[in-house]
Ligand binder design. Structure first.
Ligand code: AMP
Length: 442
């Protein structure tokens, strides 16, 4: 049971068709031919224009065929979790549909309805079984209980997806999380040759026949001796055969499709060798600050959005003095949190600030973020952006904390994204107001 979602093709200004790489795969005739043999989701549910209807049906078909499911997964870990959360909210309805053999009325997509009519028939026994499993107070191990023959969870759990592994482990209780490959739109880069290892130990072996891979050395925290040239262009590219263990590199690809020395924007670290082939651990996205799902928000994106939003404060006599960000994934879907420290001009106190303005700042930020963010927000893959206003002096306390941990005061740079739990606690304990964007941006 793999949750899959195609996106509509778009046309470029020059009239070429463009689609995401996954959509292109779902469109391939080989995939379509093999789909019924390999997966529980009919093609109509993958291409359903409403992702919620598509997800409902994919879960329904996965439950109906639960005795045949040997793997539960999706491309990325966040999507598997989204599926589980959706199931938490809809299992009674799904059971009712399985019991009666009728698809809920709100599924209006004709493709989904046709697909359902081919497979659904009343099955009260199965519905009762599923109901009794879902009725359990704790949902720990729910994936294992519902799909008893599942042997693993298949989804990418490395990189930005690492944040979801703890929650996923709760729902799958002991089933291995398998990050099988490392791929991007530019090229299918590497395979995980030890699929059963823990997500934190995953390395990918690059496939040298897929693209011409080169590597731009990147300074990593541990490497004191590394000297970065003033400009990327001056740093020499290293060939696949010449990379050094322990060193971080940005991946650069040249492909048959026409990319020439294209920087993928991923930072990888050489973790070892398989025979003579280097293996890499995924370190991070270069320049990506925030990411809930597959969207990538850079420092610059965030800066632009904050600049737009804070313009609302200026005429009212308030100044945004400090800000930082954080991705809150404690609830699903995750959302962006901004910590703002605001100062009132002319003796004004920030408590005098109209809450409506702060809510508007949240909306303005969302409107100013990039296209992918807005699409994901509209589809509820990302929840409402939140601004937490902190009291005066909070960012000083943050600096004190980092300095106490060894940062040089003269070289201190406020983190643009909070990663440490201690730092988060410092800010969270000083929050004096919390505001959310009321609706997705247009
Ligand atoms: P896209 O360009 O939308 O196809 O997304 C590809 C990006 O997703 C890559 O450049 C990585 O940043 C990320 N990604 C893909 N596979 C993995 C993986 N196995 N581990 C970590 N990140 C990954």
């Amino acid at each position: 049971m793999e949750l899959m979602f195609a996106r509509p093709e778009i046309e470029t200004p020059s009239g070429l068709k463009a689609a995401s790489v996954s959509t292109s795969i779902y469109n391939e005739s080989k995939f379509r031919t093999n789909l019924p043999k390999l997966y529980t989701s009919p093609i109509e549910t993958i291409f359903c224009p409403d992702p919620n209807q598509g997800l409902y049906c994919q879960l329904l078909f996965g439950l109906i065929q639960r005795d045949e499911v040997v793997m539960v997964g999706s491309l990325f870990a966040s999507t598997v979790l989204r599926g589980i959360k959706f199931l938490e909210n809809h299992w009674q309805e799904l059971c009712y549909d399985i019991k009666t053999g009728r698809l809920s009325d709100w599924i209006t997509d004709s493709g989904c309805r046709n697909a359902a009519s081919l497979i659904m028939k009343p099955n009260p026994e199965q519905a009762d079984l599923i109901e009794s499993i879902c009725n359990y107070k704790s949902w720990e191990g729910i994936i294992r209980k519902l799909w008893t023959k599942a042997r693993y969870i298949g989804c990418i759990c490395t990189g930005a997806m690492r944040q979801y592994t703890t929650e996923l482990e709760f729902y799958c209780r002991g089933l291995p999380l398998v990050s099988a490959f490392y791929a991007c739109s530019e090229a299918f880069c590497g395979l995980n040759l030890e699929p059963l290892c823990k997500p934190c130990d995953v390395s990918y072996t690059l496939l040298p026949n897929v693209a011409y891979f080169e590597f731009l050395p990147v300074k990593n925290e541990r490497d004191e001796s590394f000297e970065m040239k003033s400009n990327d262009e001056d740093t020499e590219l290293v060939d696949l055969v010449n990379v050094k263990a322990g060193q971080c590199y940005e991946l650069v690809v040249t492909t048959c499709a026409g990319l020439y020395r294209y920087k993928v924007g991923d930072v990888l670290m050489v973790s070892g060798f398989y025979n003579n082939a280097p293996q890499f651990q995924f370190v991070e996205r270069k320049n990506v600050l925030l990411s809930v799902d597959q969207e990538k928000t850079s420092e610059t994106d965030l800066f632009k959005a904050v600049t737009e939003a804070k313009a609302l404060l200026d005429p009212l006599g308030f100044i945004l003095t400090e800000y930082t960000s954080y991705v809150d994934t404690s609830s699903a879907p995750g959302h962006y949190v901004l910590f703002w420290e605001i100062k009132g001009k002319e003796g004004k106190h920030c408590k005098e600030l109209d809450p409506k303005i702060m809510v508007e700042c949240c909306s303005r930020m969302e409107e100013s973020l990039h296209y992918t963010y807005k699409i994901y927000r509209k589809r509820n893959i990302i929840a409402a952006l939140e601004i937490r206003v902190v009291k005066q002096g909070s960012f000083e306390a943050l600096m004190d904390y980092f300095v106490s941990k060894g940062t040089s005061l003269s070289q201190y740079k406020k983190p643009s994204c909070i990663k440490s739990e201690e730092a988060l606690k410092i800010l969270d304990s000083r929050v004096i107001g919390t505001y959310f964007s009321p609706k997705p941006p247009l």
